[in-house]
Design a protein around this ligand. Structure first.
Ligand SMILES: Cc1ncc(COP(=O)(O)O)c(C=O)c1O
Length: 452
């Protein structure tokens, strides 16, 4: 009989006692009843990217909950929404005679790069001043002002916030700068859907962003793939009008109604006791962070429902600590040599918090690990992302790639943040980063292009 390894793995995982400190936000607690609920777009069931009936009604409920002028559902994650946002930015550029260029914080997810290449937008990178890690890119409002002073106006500014380590950008100040320069602010808020439902709402829409995407599945109890594309009241009307076309351009024509039902069900929860439960989760997270800090563990990030440990000073790499806790069936969202990240939602019980705390406090302190992660410089640009991504390319061991031009979207550190972006030359610093993050091969251009 044919084996079913995926089904078997998932069944065993569910039957065990794993503490799920990773996505999705439902943490394995059943919300739906599965197959009987899995329908498709037939008469009366509405059409996701031409929504006039039940889907449109539900999207309007979501818009009301988030304080958005318009909210659209996506069943293929923030990845799809990012492609749609960049298409809209390209349309906006065309309609307003702007440069087809987007100014973006360097810690953008790799989907941003493929979306830029697909839509023909070029990228002006905004690099951080003093990064602790390439996963983080704090763009100061003054630096954004300086960018506007030195460049012709771009189609839009693009910021990733929260980042994977739980850092939040100053969206209020950045949006004020963008407003002064009459420029769209787009935010990759994949990790921040819940932010509007905290006692002090701090979702990008609350703080002045024009358009943003949220992965509902990362921090709300929606099924994997569930996402929102939100428009604020001050975003140009043409962009919200074109939004369904923009999503449809990159999406499957068979959206999952299980995912759509989960978004619909989440509305009811958000309108009910979810904000109160979220407040409790934030309080538990704050208490846990305080106790772990008192125990000697370094904490990073400002997000109220995420725990980012920087355990090298305690004598452990993030990877080694994750391996130790895996033996106790505790699984994290992310780990690398420097960090260990846990995500909490109201589905994380107080017993779960206590279990994590006990496990972390039982870890023996060791001599500090002193090496810091290498920070890539600003690799030289040779051609545009689009030129690079659509040119003949070949795979190469990274050790032989010094001086070659990257062709694949990125070579990134673990959460898909670019060390080098497509169209950039691989230099010695980049090679050090590749080694540090265990990257062994990458695709480079066969021939160096003469123009971008
Ligand atoms: C910052 C960021 N943006 C976008 C994405 C893509 O989101 P999704 O998995 O919902 O497509 C991710 C995925 O992890 C992410 O971390």
């Amino acid at each position: 009989m044919m084996e079913t390894p995926i089904c078997d793995f998932v069944r065993d995982y569910c039957a065990g006692n794993a503490l799920r400190l990773h996505m999705p936000g439902h943490k394995g607690h059943a919300l739906l009843g599965m197959e009987p609920l899995d329908i498709t777009e037939f008469d009366g069931a509405d059409e996701l990217y031409h929504a006039k009936g039940i889907i449109r009604q539900s999207e309007e409920n979501a818009a009301h909950l988030f304080g958005a002028a318009r909210t659209l559902y996506a069943a293929e994650g923030s990845s799809l929404c990012i492609r749609a946002m960049l298409y809209l930015a390209a349309l906006h550029a065309k309609a307003n005679g702007l440069r087809p260029v987007i100014a973006a914080g360097r810690n953008a997810h790799k989907v941003f790069l493929t979306a830029a290449a697909l839509t023909g937008l070029d990228i002006d990178w905004l690099f951080p001043e003093n990064p602790e890690s390439l996963i983080t890119c704090t763009v100061e409002p003054e630096a954004l002002e300086a960018y506007f002073a030195a460049h012709e106006k771009p189609a839009a500014v693009y910021i990733t916030s929260p980042d994977y380590l739980g850092n939040l950008a100053d969206i209020r100040a950045l949006s004020a700068v963008c407003r002064r320069h009459d420029t769209l602010l787009l935010v990759d808020n994949a990790h921040g859907a819940y932010l509007h439902f905290l006692p002090e709402p701090c979702h990008p829409l609350d703080l002045g962003a024009d358009i943003c995407c949220d992965s509902a599945h990362k921090t709300l109890p929606a099924l994997t793939g569930a996402a929102y594309l939100h428009f604020s009241a001050h975003a140009p009307a043409m962009l919200a009008e074109q939004a369904e076309n923009a999503l449809a351009m990159f999406a499957s024509t068979s959206p999952s109604y299980l995912i759509l039902q989960s978004l619909d069900a989440v509305n009811r929860m958000l309108a009910g006791d979810y904000p109160a439960r979220l407040r409790e989760t934030a309080a538990r997270t704050a208490a846990l962070k305080a106790r772990l800090a008192a125990h000697g563990l370094a904490i990073r990030g400002a997000e109220q429902t995420k725990l980012t440990l920087a355990p090298k000073a305690f004598g452990w790499t993030g990877d080694a600590l994750a391996t130790r806790l895996l033996a106790e069936d505790i699984l994290f969202e992310f780990h690398d040599p420097d960090y260990l990240v846990a995500m909490f939602t109201p589905e994380t019980s107080s017993a779960d918090f206590a279990r994590l705390e006990r496990a972390l406090c039982a870890v023996p302190r060791r001599a500090p690990i002193l090496d810091a992660p290498p920070i890539p410089g600003r690799p030289a640009r040779v051609c545009s992302p689009r030129t690079a991504m659509f040119s003949p390319m070949e795979p190469f061991p990274v050790e032989n790639c010094l001086g070659r031009v990257l062709a694949s979207a990125t070579v990134g550190c673990p959460p898909a943040v670019p060390i080098v972006a497509c169209g950039e030359r691989i230099d010695a610093t980049a090679l050090r980063c590749f080694r540090y993050y265990g990257i062994e091969t990458c695709f480079v251009l066969q021939n160096t292009p003469t123009s971008s």
